[in-house]
Design a protein around this ligand. Structure first.
Ligand code: NQM
Length: 364
C-alpha cells in the first residue's frame, strides 16, 4: 500500500488535542479533504485504532490554518469536529480550545512571524466568522511553550496563550437569544437557549432531579438523564433555528448549580453525548453570559460579582475556567468582550500518512 505524507503538527490546544494542517497541504475538494481527515484520525471506529484520534470527541478534532485573506486579519482558522465512531466531518461548530493552538502552529510552520516577547495576532475563525486577538510568547522567532500559567483540565504549567474574543454574540445561531426569549420550556423543563460563541441549552440540574455536582463518570453512565437531555436538545435546536441536530455536536447541554468553590456557577456540560471533563472555551463564555442575564435559568443559581468589568469563574468537573469580561455599556446584561487564558503545545511535527487510495475515492 502506497501512502502519501501530509505535513502536520500535532497540537494540544487548551484541554483538546488534534492534528493541524496548512490548508494548502490538503486536497482542495472538500469531499476528498474530509476522507483524508477521517483516515488521519482513524474514524469511524470507537477506538480510532488506525489513526491518531484519541477515541474521545475532545481528541477527535482537526485544525486547518491559512494566512489571513482580509485586511487586518493575520490568520484564518478552520475547525473540523470528527467523532470516533461516525464518518461525519463537521465544520459548522467552532472550538476555542483548538483555536488556542492556531497561532503557535502558524509560528511553527512559518505562516506567522514574530521576534521576541509577547506577540498579538488577529485570528478569524472561519466556521463562525468570530474574530479574536490571540497573544503568545516568542523568543528569537520561536514559540515559547514553557511558562507558569495553569489551566484546569491540563496538567502542569505552560506559557500563556491569551484569547480576547471580539464579537461572539450569535456565532452560529445569528443572535444571542435565538428563540427570542430568555427562558423557554422544553419537555416540561425550563431552559435558556443562548449563543455567545457556542450554542448552549442551559438547564438547572435540580430541574432534572440531579445535584449538578455528580462526577463525569456517574453522568456518563446515567442513560436515563442522557436520554432526557437528548430529547430536550433535539427540540430546543429547532427552536434555536438549528434544524435537525441529530448528527451535530451542538447545541451543548449544560446543567448548572450554585457554585461550590467561590466561582460564579457550577457546571456539567454534555458535548452533547458525553459529559465534558472540564468545559469548552466558548461554551464557558456563553454560560457566563447566561449567568449575568436577568430571568435566565441561572438567575438565583449563579453568584455574580458585579461591575462593568468582572472576572466570571465557571466551575467544572476538573476545576474552574475564568473569563475576564467587559459588559456592553448600552446593555449591562450582555458581555461585549471576553478575554481568557489557555495554554498550548506542539506535541509532534512531521507527516500524517494517508493511504493513496483515500485520495482517489469518488462519491457515487
Ligand atoms: O466551547 C468541547 C473543547 C470544546 C469546545 C466541546 C470548546 C469551546 O473543550 O469553545 O473549546 O464542547 O465540544 O474543546
Amino acid at each position: 500500500m502506497v501512502q502519501i505524507g501530509i505535513p502536520c503538527c500535532l497540537m494540544r490546544g487548551g484541554t483538546s488535542k488534534g492534528p493541524f494542517f496548512l490548508e494548502s497541504d490538503l486536497p482542495t475538494d472538500v469531499a476528498t479533504r474530509d476522507k483524508v481527515l477521517l483516515a488521519v484520525m482513524g474514524s469511524p471506529d470507537p477506538r480510532q485504532i488506525d489513526g491518531v484520534g484519541g477515541a474521545h470527541p475532545l481528541t477527535s478534532k482537526v485544525g486547518i490554518i491559512r494566512a489571513g485573506t482580509q485586511a487586518g486579519v493575520d490568520l484564518e482558522f478552520l475547525f473540523a469536529q470528527l467523532q470516533p465512531d461516525s464518518d461525519v466531518v463537521d465544520t459548522t461548530p467552532n472550538c476555542g480550545n483548538m483555536l488556542a493552538a492556531a497561532v503557535p502552529c502558524a509560528i511553527e510552520t512559518g505562516l506567522l512571524k514574530a521576534s521576541d516577547g509577547r506577540a498579538t495576532f488577529r485570528v478569524l475563525t472561519r466556521n463562525t466568522g468570530v474574530l479574536s486577538d490571540i497573544t503568545v510568547t516568542v523568543a528569537s522567532g520561536h514559540m515559547v511553550y514553557e511558562g507558569e500559567s495553569r489551566i484546569d483540565g491540563a496538567p502542569g504549567t505552560a506559557s500563556p496563550v491569551t484569547i480576547n474574543f471580539l464579537d461572539t454574540a450569535g456565532s452560529v445561531c445569528g443572535s444571542l437569544l435565538p428563540t427570542g426569549h430568555v427562558k423557554d420550556v422544553v419537555d416540561g423543563v425550563e431552559v435558556t437557549c443562548i449563543d455567545n460563541g457556542m450554542p448552549v441549552v442551559v438547564m438547572r440540574a435540580s430541574d432534572l432531579d440531579r445535584t449538578g455536582y455528580e462526577s463525569v463518570g456517574a453522568l456518563n453512565s446515567d442513560t436515563q438523564l442522557k436520554d432526557r437531555i437528548e430529547s430536550i436538545r433535539l427540540k430546543a435546536a429547532v427552536m434555536m433555528g438549528l434544524g435537525d441536530v441529530t448528527s451535530k455536536n451542538f447545541p451543548k447541554m449544560c446543567l448548572v448549580a450554585p457554585p461550590q468553590h467561590g466561582g460564579c456557577v457550577s457546571t456539567r456540560c454534555f458535548i452533547p453525548h458525553v459529559c465534558h471533563d472540564a468545559v469548552g472555551v466558548l461554551a464557558a463564555v456563553t454560560i457566563a453570559s447566561a449567568c449575568i442575564m436577568k430571568n435566565s435559568v441561572c438567575d438565583g443559581v449563579a453568584v455574580i460579582p458585579g461591575g462593568q468589568q468582572m472576572s466570571l469563574s465557571v466551575e467544572h468537573p476538573s476545576g474552574q475556567f475564568t473569563i475576564d469580561t467587559s459588559l456592553d455599556p448600552h446593555d449591562p446584561q450582555k458581555i461585549e468582550q471576553a478575554a481568557l487564558l489557555r495554554t498550548a503545545r506542539l506535541l509532534m511535527k512531521g507527516q500524517a500518512m494517508v493511504p493513496e487510495s483515500v485520495f482517489n475515492i469518488t462519491e457515487s
